[in-house]
Design a protein around this ligand. Structure first.
Ligand code: 9D3
Length: 236
């Protein structure tokens, strides 16, 4: 069991708290959760509603489709979260946020934790984002039903970087996004499978040639699949 000071803390504000920890309770993140390397609290936004129906949304000012999450209820939920856990950034997951990057994930892992606000419906009242110093983050250019699965993505990406969660520190240092390249191709036994051989160089035992081949393959894949990453790498 890890001491209190080294526990990374996540709290998630959501109208679907039963979704958590969900997949984060499995595998390496789940073991680390049990070991106390990180903690997770799912806070039900409906607990801050003020009517008998516990409603959190209302019709958009100016008209239009869908519903908007109310500023007063979200403000109360965020204030409760800040009292429970002070000194951590607040991230609102939204399709119009700045794209999540490995650099932001790394910075979060180096800090004490995060408060994550999950949207549902069309979004949240803009005033709450201004009034509570909220950072708006997207996980990519596709449309989800809500922020909860995005919150799991964000937390998974952070937790695997915490000390003692992933066994081999070398595998973290060498991994693709840390180098600005996609990963080289991997092979294992059988040596021949359905008439397909493993590239000869990988069986040569020549570690210099193997490293050169892997670097060349990583560069080729990055150029072909991710010209955006390739351009940034040449500059940086
Ligand atoms: C009709 C306009 N829609 C924006 C594209 C409204 C809308 C769609 C989906 C508003 C919220 C959502 C729910 N998505 C998220 O909460 C979300 C999300 C996403 O959809 N894509 C990428 N990252 C994220 S983070 C949270």
């Amino acid at each position: 069991m890890t001491t209190d000071a080294e526990t990374w803390r996540a709290q998630v504000l959501t109208i679907l708290p039963e979704l958590f920890p969900g997949p984060l309770a499995a595998s390496l993140s789940g073991r680390a959760l049990v070991e106390g390397r990180w903690s997770l609290a799912a806070i039900d936004i409906r607990d801050f509603a003020t009517d008998v129906h516990r409603s959190v949304d209302d019709t958009p000012a100016g008209g239009g489709p869908g519903m908007v999450m109310r500023a007063d209820i979200l403000g109360a939920a965020l204030d409760h979260a800040a009292e429970r856990l002070a000194g951590v950034p607040t991230i609102y997951l939204s399709p119009r946020g700045t794209p999540l990057t490995q650099a932001r994930v790394r910075a979060l892992a180096e800090g004490p934790g995060v408060t994550v606000l999950c949207g549902r419906f069309e979004g949240v009242d803009e005033r709450v984002l201004e009034a509570r110093d909220v950072e708006e983050v997207s996980i990519g250019d596709y449309v989800l039903s809500g922020g909860e699965i995005a919150a799991m993505v964000l937390i998974d990406a952070v937790v695997r970087l915490l000390p003692g969660v992933v066994g081999d520190a070398g595998s973290l240092r060498e991994e693709s996004f840390e180098q600005g390249l996609l990963e080289y191709p991997h092979y294992t036994r059988p040596r021949d499978w359905e008439g397909r051989a493993i590239p000869e160089v990988l069986l040569s035992g020549d570690h210099g040639r193997i490293a050169d081949w892997r670097r060349a393959e990583a560069e080729r894949l990055t150029r072909e699949r991710r010209p955006d990453l390739w351009e940034r790498r040449k500059k940086g």
